[in-house]
Design a protein around this ligand. Structure first.
Ligand code: BYC
Length: 323
């Protein structure tokens, strides 16, 4: 049930805002139906719907390899993983719907190219090692970000994150196991794993969002407890965990500036190519066009399912009235 969304021009806005912020400070969750500033709602709809779209578009790069998995075991793991991403999309669309936005509005925004989704899914999966690398790096980055979002002040988003993180943890483990296996394998397997790490490392760092100095949404999101860490803080956590593990596996990272800093305990990275990031975000990445076309095609091909569901619901309603 949508809540009351307060605007600064409302006579009681300041008093209600103070109570809203006090609830967040006490660690209470804001639930659907509760009073909230319109800007809090707008930010959540933006973020949760982008997140849902990312899960759905994120099925495409990995889905492309289901028919080419090298063993039955790997194929079953990949099918389960891609299916999980569809489920994550569902939880997230539902969470966004609690804020009064409809599924149709969100899908229209995605299919028309208005809505954003994660930059990472606009890169191609060129070899089988990309599948393991997505699990290790992309799910690894997603978990760092989503563990933080599981603490967020909006109840439905926070609860969706708890469940999603549990599933992503399995995705992360299988990806790491796969890449480490290939890193210890034949020279050809090692080369394939290294090539995949080289191509996915920087996009995985970019996926966590622009530097804090270029992140206009962070201050509002942190103030209202949606984000509890900034983009750079989450990125640092991701690098601190993954850089040593990748090096330990006998692989290298494509960053000549990467070094461990004794004083801070952080792995310091070299400059990130933000021009590439913004090009991808603005629709000019290697796979943007293809990803959107695939989603539009899937939506058109699913029209008969939506029509059948609507016809079934109408018939059930008629039967209920007759009884
Ligand atoms: N890609 O002010 P900022 C997964 C946009 S999927 C595209 O820092 P914010 C998985 C940003 O939207 C998990 N756009 O934004 C699935 C904003 O533009 P607008 C995906 C990006 O929101 C399948 C502008 O840049 N995770 O795990 O404070 C298979 C300025 O940025 C990106 C989520 O979606 C980007 N990477 O922080 C495998 C997590 N980064 O909207 C795995 C939820 C920034 O003002 N989202 N932009 O026009 C978030 O946590 C935050 O939205 C972000 C960005 C950290 C991504």
């Amino acid at each position: 049930m949508p809540g009351k969304f307060g605007k600064p021009t409302d006579p009681d806005y300041e008093a209600r805002l103070a109570e809203f912020e006090a609830r967040i400070a006490r660690g209470e969750k804001i639930e659907p139906g509760d009073w909230m500033p319109e800007e809090y709602r707008r930010q959540l709809v933006r973020m949760i719907s982008q997140h849902a779209h990312s899960e759905v578009v994120g099925m495409l790069p990995e889905g492309a390899w289901i028919t080419r998995a090298p063993s039955l075991k790997r194929k079953m793991i990949l099918i389960a993983k891609v299916q999980d991403e569809a489920g994550h999309g569902q939880y997230l669309y539902h969470a966004a719907e609690t804020l009064g936005v409809t599924r149709e509005e969100m899908l229209e925004a995605l299919l028309s190219g208005k809505a954003k989704y994660s930059s990472i899914f606009n890169y191609p999966t060129l070899t089988w090692a990309d599948i393991g690398t997505i699990g290790w790096l992309v799910d690894g980055a997603a978990i760092k970000n989503q563990t933080m979002l599981a603490q967020c002040s909006y109840g439905p988003y926070s609860r969706a994150m708890v469940r999603i993180c549990a599933e992503e943890t399995f995705h992360h483990k299988q990806g790491k196991e796969m890449v480490i296996t290939y890193a210890k394998g034949t020279p050809k397997q090692r080369a394939m794993a290294q090539d995949a790490i080289n191509r996915w490392w920087w996009p995985a760092l970019m996926m966590l969002g622009p530097h804090d100095s270029d992140s206009p949404n962070t201050p509002t999101l942190v103030k209202w407890g949606v984000k509890t860490k900034t983009n750079d803080e989450v990125r640092q956590e991701f690098i601190n965990e993954h850089a040593p593990e990748i090096l330990e596996a006998g692989l290298t990272l494509p960053d000549p500036g990467l070094r461990y800093d004794e004083a801070t305990g952080n792995w310091v990275h070299g400059p990130i190519n933000w021009d590439e990031f913004w090009a991808v975000v603005n629709g000019n990445g290697p796979m943007n066009k293809e990803r959107l076309e695939a989603r539009r095609r899937a939506h058109a091909e699913g029209a008969w399912v939506r029509e059948a569901l609507a016809a079934y619901a109408a018939r059930r309603q008629q039967t209920a009235v007759a009884v």
